[in-house]
Ligand binder design. Structure first.
Ligand SMILES: Nc1ncnc2c1ncn2[C@@H]1O[C@H](COP(=O)(O)OP(=O)(O)OP(=O)(O)O)[C@@H](O)[C@H]1O
Length: 283
Protein backbone atom coordinates (compact mmCIF):
# COMPACT_ATOMS: atom_id res chain seq x y z
CA UNK A 1 0.00 0.00 0.00
CA UNK A 2 1.54 3.34 -0.97
CA UNK A 3 1.95 5.84 1.89
CA UNK A 4 3.18 8.59 -0.44
CA UNK A 5 1.75 9.17 -3.91
CA UNK A 6 3.00 12.05 -6.03
CA UNK A 7 1.51 12.70 -9.48
CA UNK A 8 2.72 15.25 -12.00
CA UNK A 9 3.85 17.77 -9.38
CA UNK A 10 5.30 21.09 -10.52
CA UNK A 11 6.84 23.86 -8.47
CA UNK A 12 8.61 26.89 -9.93
CA UNK A 13 10.38 29.63 -7.98
CA UNK A 14 9.59 32.46 -10.39
CA UNK A 15 11.22 31.24 -13.58
CA UNK A 16 13.46 28.74 -11.81
CA UNK A 17 12.39 25.11 -11.95
CA UNK A 18 12.12 23.40 -8.55
CA UNK A 19 10.40 20.22 -9.74
CA UNK A 20 8.64 19.68 -13.05
CA UNK A 21 6.29 16.75 -13.68
CA UNK A 22 7.39 14.75 -10.66
CA UNK A 23 5.61 11.39 -10.15
CA UNK A 24 6.49 8.55 -7.78
CA UNK A 25 5.05 6.49 -4.95
CA UNK A 26 6.53 5.09 -1.75
CA UNK A 27 5.26 1.89 -0.15
CA UNK A 28 4.61 1.42 3.55
CA UNK A 29 7.61 -0.08 5.32
CA UNK A 30 10.27 0.74 2.76
CA UNK A 31 13.40 2.83 2.91
CA UNK A 32 13.17 4.99 -0.19
CA UNK A 33 16.26 6.86 -1.34
CA UNK A 34 16.00 10.06 -3.33
CA UNK A 35 19.21 10.60 -5.27
CA UNK A 36 20.18 13.31 -7.70
CA UNK A 37 22.72 15.98 -8.56
CA UNK A 38 22.77 19.42 -6.88
CA UNK A 39 19.75 21.44 -7.90
CA UNK A 40 17.79 18.41 -9.15
CA UNK A 41 14.81 19.15 -6.90
CA UNK A 42 15.28 16.85 -3.89
CA UNK A 43 14.88 19.48 -1.18
CA UNK A 44 11.96 21.04 -3.04
CA UNK A 45 10.26 17.62 -3.05
CA UNK A 46 10.80 17.10 0.68
CA UNK A 47 9.56 20.63 1.43
CA UNK A 48 6.38 19.89 -0.53
CA UNK A 49 5.90 16.56 1.28
CA UNK A 50 6.26 18.13 4.73
CA UNK A 51 4.01 21.07 3.83
CA UNK A 52 6.61 23.84 3.92
CA UNK A 53 5.93 24.57 0.23
CA UNK A 54 2.21 24.72 -0.56
CA UNK A 55 2.06 26.51 -3.92
CA UNK A 56 2.71 23.50 -6.16
CA UNK A 57 0.45 22.03 -8.82
CA UNK A 58 -0.34 18.32 -9.20
CA UNK A 59 -1.46 15.69 -6.75
CA UNK A 60 0.20 14.66 -3.47
CA UNK A 61 -1.38 12.06 -1.18
CA UNK A 62 0.24 10.99 2.08
CA UNK A 63 -1.14 8.26 4.36
CA UNK A 64 -4.29 8.04 2.27
CA UNK A 65 -5.22 11.74 2.29
CA UNK A 66 -4.61 14.64 -0.03
CA UNK A 67 -1.87 16.79 1.52
CA UNK A 68 -4.23 19.80 1.54
CA UNK A 69 -6.68 17.89 3.78
CA UNK A 70 -4.09 17.28 6.49
CA UNK A 71 -4.15 19.75 9.37
CA UNK A 72 -1.81 20.01 12.36
CA UNK A 73 -2.24 16.31 13.15
CA UNK A 74 0.01 15.66 10.13
CA UNK A 75 3.02 16.48 12.33
CA UNK A 76 2.08 13.65 14.70
CA UNK A 77 2.35 11.23 11.78
CA UNK A 78 5.63 12.40 10.25
CA UNK A 79 9.12 13.14 11.55
CA UNK A 80 11.44 15.50 9.69
CA UNK A 81 15.18 16.03 10.01
CA UNK A 82 16.78 18.43 7.54
CA UNK A 83 20.46 18.72 6.74
CA UNK A 84 21.00 21.47 9.31
CA UNK A 85 19.92 20.48 12.84
CA UNK A 86 17.04 22.47 14.36
CA UNK A 87 17.98 22.29 18.04
CA UNK A 88 18.60 24.87 20.75
CA UNK A 89 22.20 25.43 21.85
CA UNK A 90 21.32 26.92 25.24
CA UNK A 91 19.38 23.84 26.34
CA UNK A 92 20.66 20.37 27.18
CA UNK A 93 19.85 17.45 24.88
CA UNK A 94 17.12 16.28 27.26
CA UNK A 95 15.66 19.78 27.67
CA UNK A 96 15.51 20.13 23.89
CA UNK A 97 13.53 16.92 23.57
CA UNK A 98 11.26 17.80 26.50
CA UNK A 99 10.55 21.13 24.85
CA UNK A 100 9.71 19.59 21.47
CA UNK A 101 7.73 16.79 23.16
CA UNK A 102 5.44 19.40 24.71
CA UNK A 103 4.00 20.04 21.21
CA UNK A 104 2.70 16.49 20.91
CA UNK A 105 -0.27 14.90 22.63
CA UNK A 106 1.45 11.54 22.41
CA UNK A 107 5.17 11.08 22.20
CA UNK A 108 7.99 8.69 23.06
CA UNK A 109 9.95 9.12 26.30
CA UNK A 110 12.83 11.58 25.60
CA UNK A 111 15.27 9.37 27.54
CA UNK A 112 14.34 6.39 25.35
CA UNK A 113 14.77 8.40 22.19
CA UNK A 114 18.20 9.64 23.33
CA UNK A 115 19.16 5.98 23.83
CA UNK A 116 17.91 5.08 20.35
CA UNK A 117 20.37 7.51 18.75
CA UNK A 118 23.20 6.79 21.21
CA UNK A 119 23.16 10.12 23.08
CA UNK A 120 22.12 8.85 26.54
CA UNK A 121 25.45 9.78 28.10
CA UNK A 122 25.18 13.34 26.78
CA UNK A 123 21.55 13.81 27.90
CA UNK A 124 22.30 16.52 30.45
CA UNK A 125 25.01 18.38 28.58
CA UNK A 126 24.40 21.72 26.88
CA UNK A 127 24.01 21.46 23.11
CA UNK A 128 26.38 24.45 22.69
CA UNK A 129 29.21 22.01 23.47
CA UNK A 130 28.01 19.39 20.97
CA UNK A 131 29.90 18.41 17.84
CA UNK A 132 28.23 18.53 14.41
CA UNK A 133 27.55 14.79 14.52
CA UNK A 134 26.05 14.97 18.05
CA UNK A 135 23.69 17.76 16.95
CA UNK A 136 22.70 15.68 13.94
CA UNK A 137 21.86 12.74 16.22
CA UNK A 138 19.85 15.00 18.53
CA UNK A 139 17.94 16.35 15.55
CA UNK A 140 17.12 12.79 14.50
CA UNK A 141 15.97 12.09 18.10
CA UNK A 142 13.68 15.13 17.83
CA UNK A 143 12.23 13.75 14.57
CA UNK A 144 11.61 10.38 16.26
CA UNK A 145 9.72 11.86 19.24
CA UNK A 146 6.15 11.51 17.87
CA UNK A 147 6.90 7.89 16.90
CA UNK A 148 6.11 8.88 13.28
CA UNK A 149 4.69 6.66 10.54
CA UNK A 150 7.01 8.31 8.01
CA UNK A 151 10.47 9.78 8.61
CA UNK A 152 11.79 12.35 6.14
CA UNK A 153 15.56 12.60 6.42
CA UNK A 154 17.91 14.85 4.50
CA UNK A 155 21.43 13.36 4.42
CA UNK A 156 20.87 11.45 7.70
CA UNK A 157 24.44 10.17 8.07
CA UNK A 158 26.29 13.32 7.02
CA UNK A 159 28.96 14.19 9.59
CA UNK A 160 28.58 10.99 11.65
CA UNK A 161 31.60 8.91 12.60
CA UNK A 162 31.54 5.25 11.43
CA UNK A 163 30.23 3.84 14.75
CA UNK A 164 27.46 6.44 14.99
CA UNK A 165 26.57 5.94 11.32
CA UNK A 166 26.30 2.18 11.92
CA UNK A 167 24.02 2.75 14.89
CA UNK A 168 21.72 5.07 12.94
CA UNK A 169 21.66 2.71 9.95
CA UNK A 170 20.64 -0.14 12.27
CA UNK A 171 17.99 2.08 13.83
CA UNK A 172 16.52 2.87 10.40
CA UNK A 173 16.55 -0.83 9.46
CA UNK A 174 14.78 -1.63 12.76
CA UNK A 175 12.16 1.02 12.02
CA UNK A 176 11.57 -0.49 8.63
CA UNK A 177 11.06 -3.90 10.27
CA UNK A 178 8.35 -2.42 12.46
CA UNK A 179 6.50 -1.09 9.39
CA UNK A 180 7.68 2.53 9.45
CA UNK A 181 8.56 4.24 6.19
CA UNK A 182 11.77 6.18 5.67
CA UNK A 183 12.18 8.72 2.87
CA UNK A 184 15.76 9.90 2.66
CA UNK A 185 17.85 12.05 0.36
CA UNK A 186 21.56 11.48 0.06
CA UNK A 187 24.57 12.04 -2.15
CA UNK A 188 26.25 9.04 -0.57
CA UNK A 189 25.83 6.10 -2.91
CA UNK A 190 27.17 3.59 -0.37
CA UNK A 191 24.52 4.63 2.13
CA UNK A 192 21.83 4.37 -0.54
CA UNK A 193 23.07 1.00 -1.65
CA UNK A 194 23.20 -0.44 1.84
CA UNK A 195 19.95 0.95 3.23
CA UNK A 196 17.43 1.55 0.50
CA UNK A 197 14.83 -0.90 -0.73
CA UNK A 198 14.39 1.37 -3.73
CA UNK A 199 16.25 4.37 -5.05
CA UNK A 200 14.84 7.07 -7.32
CA UNK A 201 17.15 9.14 -9.48
CA UNK A 202 15.85 12.67 -9.90
CA UNK A 203 17.32 14.78 -12.69
CA UNK A 204 16.19 18.27 -13.76
CA UNK A 205 13.08 18.13 -11.56
CA UNK A 206 11.64 14.76 -12.56
CA UNK A 207 12.32 11.08 -11.91
CA UNK A 208 14.55 9.35 -14.40
CA UNK A 209 14.61 5.86 -12.89
CA UNK A 210 13.37 3.93 -9.82
CA UNK A 211 14.55 0.49 -8.78
CA UNK A 212 16.04 -1.72 -6.12
CA UNK A 213 19.83 -1.08 -5.94
CA UNK A 214 20.69 -4.78 -6.39
CA UNK A 215 18.37 -5.13 -9.40
CA UNK A 216 19.79 -1.96 -10.90
CA UNK A 217 23.29 -3.34 -10.81
CA UNK A 218 22.19 -6.45 -12.66
CA UNK A 219 20.17 -4.47 -15.22
CA UNK A 220 22.57 -1.58 -15.75
CA UNK A 221 25.85 -3.40 -15.77
CA UNK A 222 27.19 -6.12 -17.93
CA UNK A 223 28.19 -8.58 -15.24
CA UNK A 224 31.64 -9.99 -15.84
CA UNK A 225 33.60 -12.93 -14.54
CA UNK A 226 37.24 -12.03 -14.05
CA UNK A 227 39.72 -14.90 -13.99
CA UNK A 228 43.31 -14.57 -12.78
CA UNK A 229 45.48 -17.49 -13.85
CA UNK A 230 49.11 -18.46 -14.33
CA UNK A 231 50.30 -18.62 -17.94
CA UNK A 232 53.95 -19.10 -18.91
CA UNK A 233 55.07 -18.43 -15.35
CA UNK A 234 53.26 -15.08 -14.93
CA UNK A 235 49.78 -14.06 -13.84
CA UNK A 236 47.29 -13.24 -16.61
CA UNK A 237 43.76 -11.82 -16.31
CA UNK A 238 40.80 -12.45 -18.61
CA UNK A 239 37.19 -11.26 -18.39
CA UNK A 240 34.12 -13.15 -19.62
CA UNK A 241 30.41 -12.21 -19.67
CA UNK A 242 28.62 -13.87 -16.73
CA UNK A 243 25.71 -14.95 -18.90
CA UNK A 244 25.98 -18.65 -19.87
CA UNK A 245 29.45 -18.82 -18.37
CA UNK A 246 29.15 -22.60 -18.05
CA UNK A 247 28.91 -22.91 -21.84
CA UNK A 248 31.69 -20.43 -22.62
CA UNK A 249 34.35 -22.59 -24.35
CA UNK A 250 37.16 -20.08 -23.87
CA UNK A 251 36.39 -19.70 -20.15
CA UNK A 252 36.26 -23.50 -19.73
CA UNK A 253 39.56 -23.87 -21.59
CA UNK A 254 41.27 -21.30 -19.37
CA UNK A 255 40.16 -22.89 -16.11
CA UNK A 256 40.93 -26.44 -17.32
CA UNK A 257 44.37 -25.73 -18.71
CA UNK A 258 45.78 -23.25 -16.19
CA UNK A 259 46.45 -22.86 -12.51
CA UNK A 260 43.63 -20.47 -11.50
CA UNK A 261 44.50 -17.96 -8.76
CA UNK A 262 41.20 -16.18 -8.43
CA UNK A 263 37.71 -15.93 -9.97
CA UNK A 264 35.62 -12.82 -9.28
CA UNK A 265 32.31 -11.56 -10.54
CA UNK A 266 32.22 -7.83 -11.06
CA UNK A 267 29.21 -5.55 -11.05
CA UNK A 268 28.90 -1.79 -11.35
CA UNK A 269 28.63 0.29 -8.18
CA UNK A 270 25.58 2.45 -7.52
CA UNK A 271 27.90 5.42 -8.02
CA UNK A 272 28.69 4.29 -11.56
CA UNK A 273 24.97 3.84 -12.22
CA UNK A 274 24.27 7.32 -10.81
CA UNK A 275 26.80 8.86 -13.17
CA UNK A 276 25.37 6.95 -16.11
CA UNK A 277 21.75 7.85 -15.33
CA UNK A 278 22.35 11.50 -14.51
CA UNK A 279 25.12 12.07 -17.02
CA UNK A 280 26.88 14.12 -14.34
CA UNK A 281 29.59 13.93 -11.80
CA UNK A 282 29.02 13.45 -8.09
CA UNK A 283 29.58 16.63 -6.12
N1 LIG B 1 13.86 29.44 -2.31
C1 LIG B 1 14.26 29.32 -3.59
N2 LIG B 1 14.22 30.38 -4.43
C2 LIG B 1 14.62 30.27 -5.72
N3 LIG B 1 15.08 29.12 -6.27
C3 LIG B 1 15.15 28.04 -5.49
C4 LIG B 1 14.75 28.08 -4.11
N4 LIG B 1 14.93 26.83 -3.58
C5 LIG B 1 15.42 26.07 -4.58
N5 LIG B 1 15.56 26.79 -5.73
C6 LIG B 1 16.04 26.28 -7.03
O1 LIG B 1 15.29 25.14 -7.38
C7 LIG B 1 16.15 24.14 -7.97
C8 LIG B 1 16.02 22.85 -7.18
O2 LIG B 1 16.60 23.06 -5.88
P1 LIG B 1 16.59 21.98 -4.71
O3 LIG B 1 17.10 22.66 -3.49
O4 LIG B 1 15.25 21.34 -4.65
O5 LIG B 1 17.66 20.91 -5.27
P2 LIG B 1 18.39 19.69 -4.52
O6 LIG B 1 18.21 18.51 -5.44
O7 LIG B 1 17.91 19.56 -3.14
O8 LIG B 1 19.91 20.15 -4.56
P3 LIG B 1 21.15 19.86 -3.51
O9 LIG B 1 21.59 18.46 -3.80
O10 LIG B 1 22.16 20.85 -3.96
O11 LIG B 1 20.65 20.08 -2.13
C9 LIG B 1 17.54 24.74 -7.99
O12 LIG B 1 17.79 25.31 -9.25
C10 LIG B 1 17.49 25.84 -6.94
O13 LIG B 1 18.36 26.90 -7.25
Amino acid sequence: MPVIEVKNVKKYYGNVRGVNGLSFSVEKGEIYGFLGPNGAGKTTTVKILVKIIKDYTGEVRVLGKDLGEWGKEYYNKIGVSFEFPAVYSRLTARENLEFFASFYKKHLDPTEVLKMVGLEEKADELVSGFSKGMKKKLDLARALLPDPEILFLDEPLEGLDPASARRIKDLLLEMRKSGKTVFLTTHNMYVADELCDRVAFIVDGSIRLVDNPGELKVKMGKRLVKVEYVANGSVAVKEFPLENIGQNEEFLRVIREHEVRRINTEEPTLEEIFLKVTGRRLV
